[in-house]
Design a protein around this ligand. Structure first.
Ligand SMILES: *Cc1c(COP(=O)(O)O)cnc(C)c1O
Length: 418
């Protein structure tokens, strides 16, 4: 499906799209609109603005602005820029990736629904499904095995439909932290099959956090919604939390309505930080990816390392490689590797590294490392964790933009401790 593919290239769009100085006192760069409310010129305009809002068309009156929880100028600039990068008709921005995902779930699922999701899945998403949606709304998550075959998909969907209608198929691809890749076209075909059987069509939602819109456009592969934790690569400096969801105007408008009820919009300053960070996204991505390749290649040949998951190293003739090449225009710079041994050996390496900081999160200018089993994926039951390719020896690395030789030398000395 070719959605709204822009003519200009992303490197151009990230710098200035969505901001016109003519609309803002000719300021060359976006001013920050620190205001919670917007004045009306007269009572009649106020009435028309509220009539328009009730009819679902807030942009029609009063310059589109009423109250900052509904929409505000910096939010619009950021949403316009992200929508064009996602090849989408519209985008909604939230104050974290989790509030973006939670808003999708609360808007698009009904009590008693079933939800299919790929594995492994981000620990926060796992907790959202199992500690909120399941007990409060009886929405039952059904995990799909990594590298699920067509018959795995059908079998899981059949089991799910016994619980209730499948409302969402959620794919995290590449998955955090194993870089496991899911064929989005396969999930769209599954949505077709489920629709035939239950009448209602499930939405295909992709968590695109690992690559982001510069390296992967899920809407081009038939997804209904693409979600990104902007906290990671878009923010890029580990200093702001935000999330986005892009898709059709109609779906995104529903999400914005829920966002207004919950108050999960991103504030003006956060939007401004992201507009600024997006300007360097393409150069940061390019540099981090080059570093990631060098480090992945170094790790893959090290005798203390068992496996490296950087997708650029997928074997040339494998089916996963074909899906990777179809869906992704780059392999990104966050991946995992497992050291020989287990938790003790992984901790030895983590504690010996001097340049990478030991922290959760990813996508910043600085290299970060963590031990997924005991941090990001703490909430996931051990059995599920091990089945989906995360072991006690797994270390996740988010490669930054430092000099690759310094990073490699540091990994070399740290691995020598094993
Ligand atoms: C970080 C992350 C999230 C959650 O985003 P926040 O901005 O931290 O709320 C969701 N999915 C993935 C894959 C992530 O890495």
């Amino acid at each position: 499906m070719i959605n709204n593919k822009p003519v200009l290239r992303p490197e151009t769009l990230t710098v200035g799209y969505g901001y016109d100085p003519n609309d803002h006192m000719r300021a060359a760069k976006p001013p920050i609109y620190l205001t919670s409310t917007f004045t009306y010129p007269d009572a009649e305009t106020a009435l028309r603005a509220h009539d328009a809002y009730a009819a679902g068309n807030v942009a029609a009156e009063n310059g589109g602005f009423v109250y900052a929880r509904l929409d505000h100028p910096n939010l619009v600039m950021l949403q316009d820029r992200l929508a064009v990068l996602d090849h989408a008709a519209a985008c909604a921005v939230f104050n974290s990736g989790m509030s973006a995902l939670a808003t999708v779930m609360l808007t698009c699922l009904r009590p008693g629904d079933a939800l299919l999701h790929t594995t492994p899945i981000y620990g926060g998403t796992h907790a959202l499904m199992n500690t909120l949606l399941l007990p409060v709304q009886d929405i039952q998550p059904f995990p799909l095995p990594p590298a699920a075959t067509e018959s795995d998909l059908i079998a899981t969907a059949t089991a799910a439909m016994k619980h209730g209608p499948v409302g969402i198929i959620l794919a995290e691809t590449p998955a955090n932290p194993t870089c496991s890749i899911t064929d989005m076209a396969g999930l769209v075909r599954l949505a077709d099959t489920i629709e035939l059987r239950q009448g209602r069509r499930p939405l295909v939602v992709v968590d695109n956090t690992f690559l982001g819109p510069l390296l992967q456009n899920p809407l081009e592969h038939g997804a209904d919604l693409t979600m990104t934790s902007l906290t990671k690569y878009a923010g890029g400096h580990s200093d702001v939390l935000a999330g986005s969801v892009s898709g059709s105007f109609c779906l995104v408008e529903k999400l914005r309505k829920t966002r207004t009820l919950l108050g999960t919009h991103l504030d003006a300053h956060g939007c401004w930080m992201l507009l600024r960070s997006l300007e360097t996204l393409s150069v940061r991505t390019e540099r981090a990816q080059k570093n990631a390749e060098a480090i992945a290649r170094f790790l893959a040949t090290h005798q203390a390392v068992e496996a490296v998951t950087w997708p650029g190293l997928l074997p040339q003739d494998s089916p996963t490689r074909r899906v990777f090449e179809q869906q992704c225009s780059g392999a990104g710079s966050t991946f995992s590797f497992s050291v020989k041994g287990g938790r003790e050996e992984a901790f030895l390496v983590l504690n010996a590294l001097k340049i990478p900081r030991l922290a959760v999160s990813l996508g910043g200018t600085e290299t970060l490392v963590c031990h997924p089993a005991t941090t990001t994926h703490h909430a996931v039951p051990r059995e599920r964790l091990y089945e989906t390719g995360i072991s006690e020896g797994t270390v996740r690395i988010s490669v930054g933009i430092e000099h690759q030789d310094d990073l490699i030398a540091d990994f070399k000395q740290a691995l020598s401790r094993i």
